[in-house]
Design a protein around this ligand. Structure first.
Ligand code: ADP
Length: 469
């Protein structure tokens, strides 16, 4: 929390400082060109230049170009503590009481200026010492225009600074200090309102890391970003918990499903060893059961291995062009004998020519086999199992439909999960891995699988694959 607070207060401080600097610059500029002061000074100089011209007339119009004229002007400048310039008709400064600008063009020195009443005008000159403000008016001697006479004063830089610090600096600093105090309080408030709820998320994460999978962060504290983080964290925890529970269930299932046939094998083997199976027929029966259970174990471990490899993406899938219709109908033929024995009719419907798809024939056969195996297992005597392959748009559709007992609605979302069996009592040797493998293989082919079913009305497994373009 401290770090957040420090960052906030630093950021606020920087903003306040920047604002103060910008404000000072603006105020300084305003002070410098303060129209009122400017007017007052100009007015003052305007009277003075008129007075200077009056003095010249009274002294008998001595020309400033002459020694007498220049002396008088120098004397006036000294007495009034002003600078006096005489600019000839060509705009060249011919007399400067400060003896610095003589021979220079008055216009090139000018920074800004403007007209005043009575033929006067004002002008400003920037120098190292500060700004010189002049007011000039035409000089008329013996009714002849003799250029202009100008009276000026220096507005030193330091004067501006002094005025600034005397009038504006104090209030500016006060405002800055007040802003700093307020932003400190604000920073404290913000850092508290973010840091505290954040701390709860941290605590929940620590608890989770320590193994408490039920740890959750409160989702209704703090700003939206923190709430969002809490929600995301909780969703993640939910998933971790679900995954762990699924893993536990999976292990329990595997252990259970391995145990049943193993117990059976053990029992019959023991009977053979002990001689409990006395006659030839019961010995054969025991051997037959051991063989079947071992087969079941082999089937299950193969299925588990397949599933693990598919889920890890480690199973190599071929991708060759194939006719899905021909493949599915060929697989169906292999179930004909079994179907006849169960009194179930088999049908395969496909158009004479289908666009090809890219896939692994062996794995796709496994998919069709698993679906047909289920269909036959859950369909009673007199039923019907149909395969239908069609092409729509850029897809190939394979439907395996039966007229069997169907799947209850509450089981439908789960039947593709590993080890899920809608009704373990039925379905005999099934271990609940067939459909999980179907889904993995179909997805590995870029396809999708869906199921439609209602109890008593049969089931339809609908597979979609992208066709080869
Ligand atoms: P199993 O080896 O038990 O058949 P599956 O993964 O193939 O495992 O199927 C999971 C569950 O889905 C089955 O236990 C069964 O309840 C249900 N099921 C699958 N196919 C059908 C079907 N054609 N008709 C009715 N139920 C089905």
């Amino acid at each position: 929390m401290k770090r957040l607070f420090t960052r906030l207060i630093t950021a606020f401080g920087a903003v306040i400082l920047l604002t103060l600097v910008a404000l000072s610059v603006a105020l300084f500029a305003l002070l410098r060109h303060d129209p009122l002061t400017q007017r007052l000074l100009t007015l003052h100089l305007s009277t003075q230049v008129r007075a200077v011209e009056g003095r010249l007339h009274r002294a008998g119009d001595p020309h400033p170009g002459t020694a007498a004229g220049a002396m008088l002007l120098r004397e006036l400048a000294r007495r009034e503590d002003r600078r006096i310039l005489w600019i000839d008709n060509g705009g060249i400064i011919r007399f400067d009481s400060a003896a610095r600008w003589e021979g220079k063009s008055a216009d090139t020195l000018l920074v800004r200026g403007g007209a005043l009443h009575g033929g006067q005008h004002w002008g400003e000159y920037e120098t190292d010492e500060g700004t010189w403000l002049f007011v000039a008016e035409p000089l008329v001697l013996h009714r002849r225009r003799e250029g202009e006479i100008a009276v000026g004063m220096l507005i030193p830089r330091t004067a501006l600074l002094r005025r600034f610090s005397a009038t504006l600096l104090g209030p500016l600093l006060q405002a800055g200090a007040l802003a700093m105090v307020l932003s400190g309080a604000l920073a404290l408030f913000i850092s508290r309102s973010i840091a505290q709820p954040l701390q709860r998320v941290v605590e929940a994460a620590q608890a989770l890391a320590a193994g408490d999978l039920s740890a959750r962060a409160p989702e209704d504290h703090g700003p939206e970003e923190v709430r969002h983080l809490a929600r995301t964290f909780n969703a993640m925890s939910d998933r971790i918990q679900a995954t762990q529970e699924a893993q536990r269930a999976f292990l329990a299932n595997v252990a259970h499903d391995l145990r049943t046939p193993l117990t059976s094998i053990q029992g019959f083997a023991q009977a053979l060893i002990d001689g409990a199976a006395a006659d030839e027929a019961s010995r054969l029966q025991a051997a037959q059961t051991i063989y079947e259970e071992a087969q079941r174990l082999e089937k299950m471990t193969t299925a588990l291995l397949d599933l693990a490899r598919l889920e890890a993406g480690a199973m190599h899938l071929e991708s060759v062009p194939l006719d899905l219709g021909a493949l599915a109908c060929a697989r169906l033929e292999r179930f004909r004998l079994q179907a006849e024995a169960q009194g179930i009719e088999l049908r395969c419907e496909r158009p004479p020519s289908l666009p090809p798809m890219a896939g692994d024939a062996a794995r796709l056969s496994q998919v069709v086999d698993n679906l047909l195996d289920n269909a036959l297992r859950y369909t009673p005597l007199g039923g019907e199992v149909t395969i239908e392959v069609t092409a729509t748009g850029d897809e190939l559709r394979l439907v395996v439909a039966d007229t069997g007992e169907g799947i209850p609605a509450e089981a439908l979302p789960h039947i593709f999960e590993r080890f899920y069996r809608a009704d373990p009592a039925r379905g005999g040797s099934g271990v609940g891995l067939g459909l999980a493998i179907v889904r993995e293989i179909v997805q590995a082919h870029g396809g999708s699988v869906a199921v439609e079913s209602a109890p008593g009305q049969g089931s339809r497994f609908i597979l979609r694959f992208p066709r080869l373009s």
